[in-house]
Design a protein around this ligand. Structure first.
Ligand SMILES: C[S@@+](CC[C@H](N)C(=O)[O-])C[C@H]1O[C@@H](n2cnc3c(N)ncnc32)[C@H](O)[C@@H]1O
Length: 401
């Protein structure tokens, strides 16, 4: 078949790439590209799981089968390390979240005449793709879409999009709406009725001055490491429950039996609370988001866990090398920008073990290079695809010295 070229791999942005370096969107490894540019699907080309694919911007890679999507996730991590000229460590099999497991979503809503559209934006666009089905949202989140169209109809201004943020908590869905007009008694009543009828954990509105709670029959919590932690509005949580479990297992492996650990960028304590329990381990947690740090502080106070929480901006005030030297293990899980300053101090510390959780292979690889230059060994990486069918890749890694 000399007149066709084969797609060999998927590039970071999701396009298929041929041996001679040409890029073709919506292709899978093993597809063939004919001279006229038409695509002949190969054995890894899967039928899309959702009727909105590829229009909806929520997924970019539904045309990959399980094997080639896992390979894409793994290659993103491997290529980021090679890009920094780092030797490859042991690469564990990728953890890929199953369909319909996403427990957090940020959707858009808009009214056009009598029709209310709710969904993700189309790729590279502000146009909302009205969601009739979805292969990634948890069923508890998806179940609210149709009722929300009815609720929001009278509350949305023509062609002015509002925001719909949903998070699945211990008590049910925590719903945060913005950009809607809900003044007056009738609107207040329909919001409360909606919250009650659909068993919401909480309903809040943000009219530009921060979220205000309209409904919360009991305090909203999320259970982390067996401890119920209050959930501040719009707080960070790992995107899927199974992804969170895979990351916690990886962090536990990476820190071994270290008697003390620091959890940097701790959020609500996903890792701090999961590594402290029953092991007599003392944990220090640092987090810059005030609400999250105080929610974690409140939770550990209630159950008397051995976690000391500090509200601290680790970009402006990273832990010093002397501070880091006190811990048997360091866990870090920074935002997409990575932890350049913190890692500089860490690279000259004596901390024997590091668990690095990352949502950006590129900044992870940059930081890994600094740690390795400081004498750490990168023992293994575990690629994680919590954002199934998207190009958003995460990972956990273990360093020792
Ligand atoms: C990827 S999340 C991880 C949270 C937590 N480890 C978890 O798994 O739930 C990154 C966290 O870093 C926090 N963060 C962002 N910038 C920070 C900074 N400069 N200093 C400390 N924490 C920061 C965010 O508020 C967020 O909670």
């Amino acid at each position: 078949m000399t007149d066709t070229s084969e797609i060999l791999r998927i590039a970071a942005r999701g396009d298929g790439v041929t041996a001679d370096g040409r890029y073709f969107p919506l292709t899978a490894p093993g597809d063939r590209v004919a001279v006229d540019g038409s695509i002949i699907p190969g054995p890894h080309h899967a039928p899309p799981a959702c009727s909105h694919y590829p229009e909806c911007g929520g997924c970019q890679l539904q045309h990959l089968d399980e094997e080639s999507f896992a390979r894409f996730v793994t290659e993103r991590v491997v290529n980021a390390l090679s890009g920094q000229q780092l030797a490859l460590p042991e690469v564990m099999p990728a953890h890929i979240s199953p369909p319909n497991s996403r427990r957090r979503a940020s959707l858009r809503a808009e009214r056009r005449g009598k029709k209310v559209l709710i969904g993700f934006n189309a790729g590279q666009s502000h146009r909302i793709v009205d969601m009739a089905d979805c292969a990634i949202l948890h069923p508890a989140l998806f179940a609210l879409i149709a009722p929300l169209r009815r609720l929001l109809g009278p509350m949305l201004r023509e062609k002015r999009a509002g925001g719909v943020k949903m998070t699945l908590t211990d008590q049910g869905v925590d719903l945060l709406l913005d950009g809607i007009e809900a003044d007056g008694l009738a609107a207040a009543e329909s919001l409360s009725r909606f919250a009650e009828d659909h068993g919401l954990a909480r309903l809040s509105l943000d009219d530009g001055y921060g979220p205000q709670t309209r409904w919360e029959p009991e305090p909203v919590t999320v259970t982390l490491g067996g401890v119920a932690v209050s959930v501040p509005h719009d707080a960070f949580l790992q995107a899927t429950q199974d992804g969170e479990a895979a990351l916690i297992a990886a962090v536990r492996d990476a820190i071994g039996d270290a008697p003390t650990a620091a959890d940097l960028f701790s959020g609500l304590g996903t890792f701090a609370l999961s590594v402290v329990e029953g092991q007599g381990r003392k944990v220090y947690a640092a987090e810059a988001a005030r609400d999250a740090a105080f929610a974690l502080k409140g939770a550990v106070g209630r159950v008397q866990a051995l976690v000391f929480v500090e509200h601290r901006d680790l970009y402006r005030r990273p832990l010093t090398t002397a501070e880091l030297d006190r811990f048997g293990a360091i866990i870090l899980d920074p935002p997409r920008a990575g932890a350049e300053e913190q890692v500089k101090a860490l690279s000259s510390s004596k901390a024997p073990r590091i668990a690095y959780v990352s949502c950006n292979p590129a900044t992870f690889a940059r930081d890994a290079k600094t740690l390795i230059a400081g004498g750490y060994r990168l023992d293994w990486v575990r690629p994680v695809g919590q954002f199934r069918w998207s190009t958003h890749v995460e990972l956990a890694a273990a360093f020792t010295r």
